[in-house]
Design a protein around this ligand. Sequence first.
Ligand code: C2E
Ligand code: CA
Ligand code: CA
Length: 852
Amino acid sequence: MTGFKRFRSPNVSAALNSGFTLRALIAFAVLLLLVFILATVMLVGIAHTQNDQARDQGLFFAEKALKIRQENLQRSISDYAFWGDAYLHLHAHVDLDWAYTRRNLGSSLFEDFGYEGLFVVAPNNRTVYAVIEGQLQPTLIENWLQGDIRALLDESRARVADEQSVVKVFQVDGQPALVVAASLTPGGDPTVKEVPGAPSVLLFVDVLSPNKLLRLGDDYALSHLRVARGAEETEGPRFSVPSADGTPIWLEWDPAEPGRPLFRLVLPLLGLAGLIIATLSGWVIRRAMATSQLLANNYSSLVASEARFHDIAQTSSDWLWETDAKQRISYLSERFEVITGHAREKWLGRPIGEFLSFARVSSLASWVENPEVQATPYTPLSCSYQSATGEYSICNLVVCAIQGPNGLLGYRGTARDITVEVESQARIQQLQHYDSLTGLSNRKQLHEQLERLMSGMSDGPISVLSIGLQRFKQINDRFGRSVGDQVLVEVSQRLEGFLREEDFLARHTSDEFVVLLNGGFSSEEEIADLCSRLIDCMTRPLGAVKQQTALNVRIGIARAPEDASTATELLRCADIALYWARHHKNTPWCFFTREMEHHIVEEQQLESDLHQAIGNGELRLHFQPRYRTSDRHLSGVEALVRWQHPQRGLLSPSVFIPLAEQSGLIGLLGTWVLREACFQAKNFAAPIFVSVNLSPEQFRSSDLVAQVKRVLAESGLPANRLELEITEGMMFDNAEGALLTLEELKLLGVKLSMDDFGTGYSSLSYLRHYPFDILKIDRSFTAQLDNAEDGLAVVMAIVRLGHALSMQVTAEGVENEKQLTLLQEMGCDEVQGFHFSPPLPIERLSALLKNH
Ligand code: C2E
Ligand code: CA
Ligand code: CA
C-alpha cells in the first residue's frame, strides 16, 4: 500500500524460507538417527537371536550327547547282563578267574569302553565283584559311589523279566557318573539253569571325568563342557542332569555366541558411522540455525523498525510524504489528515505542487538540485497550503531524493506545520515594537524611529515632546487598573486624533507618551502654542471615569540639534524637562535647559545625602507661633522641619520634602518630626499646642494612629495639645480610608486641621463629612487680601464656610497689619505669618514663651 512498506516481502520470505529449511534439516537428522537406532536395534536383535539359537542348540546337543552315552551304556550292559555265561559265573557264584583273569567281564570294559566301575551286587545287595579302572578291587559299590544305590538295584531287579537296564546318575569324587544297572539273567540260554530267588545285579559306571566331558563336548560342538561349580546362576548355557538322590548336577559349556562378531565388528563401525553422521548433521544444523537466527534477527529488527516507523509517523507532529519521480504524491502519513484536514485519498496521485506552494522554488527537483541545499541537505523549504477549512497554513518541508539503481525514483520527506510559530513570531515582532495596551509604538520602536530621523536630519529640526500624566497612579488606585487602562487607551486615541499624520507617537513608560515632531514647528512659540492646545485637549473630562475627573498633564520639550545629537540623549533631555514640569508648578510644559539638568543632578545628590541626614542628626525643628486674632495671644506653634546640610547650610523643607517623598524616606522623616515636636512641646514653658504637618505617605501608613498614640504616651504630651495638619490631596486617594483614619485620630483626642485649604482638589463635601477642627486658609489667599476686592470676597467666603461648619479658621502667611485688620474684621479666629514671627529655633521660641 505504501512506498515505505514495499521493501518488506523478499526479506520476509527469506526469513520464512530459512525457518522451513532449518525445520526440514532437523527432521531429516532425526529420521536418520531413528533409522540408525532401528538398524542397531535390529542388529543387536539378530545377534541375540543367533546367540539364543546357539544356546538352544547347545542344550539340545548336550541332552542328546548324554542320552546317546546312556544308550551306549545300556547297550553295553545288555550284552553282558543277559548272557548265560555271565549268569553262571557271576550270579550262582562269583568265578573271578572266568570273569577277571580270563577278561570275560573285567578290565577290558575300562580299557575298551572307558567304564571306570564294574560291579556285581548279589541278591542280598552285597558287592561280590568290583573292578575299578580295570583293577579288581575289594570295594563295596556303596563306598565308591556317592549316593544310595538301593533304589537303582530294586528298579533293575524289577525289570528283570523284560531284561531292561536302568540308568541313573551318581557322583564319584564329585564328578557325575552314569551308572547303569541290569539284573543278571541267563539271557535265554537253555543250557543255563535259572536259580530261583532275586537276581544279582551288574553295574557299569561311566564317570564323566573332565577329560571325558571335554571330548564329549567336542563331539557335539559344546566348547569346554564341564561340571558347573557352585549353585549360582551363570550367564553361560547350562544343562541339568537329575542325579539319583534328586539333586541336579549342572553341566556347562562356553556359549557359541555367533552374534558376537556382529557386536564386535559391525556395532563399532555402525557407531563410528553414526558419530560421523551426527557430527555432520550437528554442524549443518548449527550452520543452518545460525543463518536462520541471523535472518530471524533481521526479520525481527525489520518488524521493529517497521513498528518504529509506524509509531513515529503516528506520533510525530510532522506529516510524512512521498512522491514518484514525476512528483505525484504516492504516500501520505495519517497525520496529514489531522494537520491539514484533507483526506489522503483526495491527494494521492496528484502533483505535490498542486497542494503546496513553494516559497523559493518552482519544484522539488529544483530545490534538491540547488547547490546550497546540497551542501546542507536538511535545509527546510518553506511552503504554504490551504487547509480543509480554507485557512492558509505554512509548513517547512524537508526533501530528500530517492535514488534507485536506474536513477531517480521519487522524493520523500517530512512536512512540519509552522503556522503557529510564524504567527507567534509576528506577534513577538509586534510586542517588540508596539505597546500591547494602546497599540502605539513602544520605547524600542521610538528609539529606532528617532535614530532614523536623527541620522538623516535634513528635514529640519526635530522636537521631542515627553507627555506625562500627573497622579496617574492615583487614578489606578482609586478606580482600579482596568479603568486606568481605559484612561490610557483614551489618552492615546486623543493624542492620535490631535497629531498630524507625519508626527510619531509612542508610549514611553506607563504614564508617559512621547511625540516626535518632525519639522513644521521651528520656533518655541509654535511649540508652546501646540502644547497649550494639546493640554486643552487632554484635560477634557475622561469618558472612562464616571466621576468628573480631568487629567493633569505635563510636557517636557527637547529639540535637536540644539539640545542633543543622539536619540538617547534627546530623549533624556525631554525626560528632564518633563521631570521639571512635573515638580515645578508654574507651567504645565517647559523646554529643556542645561540649568534644569544641573539642578536635577544637584537634587539627585541631595536625595542621596538625605539618606544619611536623619541618622546623622542633621534635621532641626523650627516653630512658627500662631496667635488668637481677638487678643493676639500666642495659642500654639506649627512645627516646621529644617535640614542643617553640612555644605549647603540650612535647607527649607520645600527643597527636601519632595525628595523625601520621591525616595521613600518621608516615613522615617515624618516619624522623627512627630516625636521631636511632641517631646519639645512637653517641655515648653507654656501649655500651648503644637501642630505637625503630615505627609501623604505618612497619612496613608496603616501604622499612623498607633504611632501617634505611642508618641503621645512616650512624650507625656496631652493629646489636646497636639494638632495634625493634613492637606486636601491626602483624602483624594482613598476617601473612605482617610475618613476612618481621621476618626480614629479624633478618638485619641488630637485636633485635626485642614492645611492649605483652597489649593488642592478641594471639594466642600470633604469639609462637611470629615471631622476637622481647624481650617487653614492658604497664604496665597491671604496675599490676595492686599490686591483686590475679589481676594477679600474669597477669604471672607472661606471664613464663613469654616464657621458654618463649626470650624476654627486660621489664616496663614499674614505678612502685614492690613491683612491682620481685614482678617480680624472678618472674624478669622487665628493668624500665622511673618507679621508676627517667622518659624523660630527652639531657643528663640523658649525665650519668646518666657516673655509671653
Ligand atoms: P506649610 O505647612 O504651609 O507651612 C507654612 C510655610 O509657610 C512654611 O514654610 C513657613 O515658613 C511659611 N510661612 C509662614 N509665614 C509666612 C508668611 O508670612 N509669608 C510667607 N511667604 N511664608 C510664610 P516652610 O517652613 O518652608 O515649609 C514649607 C512647607 O513644607 C510647609 O508648608 C509644609 O507643607 C512643608 N513642611 C514643613 N515642615 C514639614 C514637616 O515637618 N513635615 C511635612 N510633611 N511637611 C513639612
Ligand atoms: Ca502647615
Ligand atoms: Ca499651609
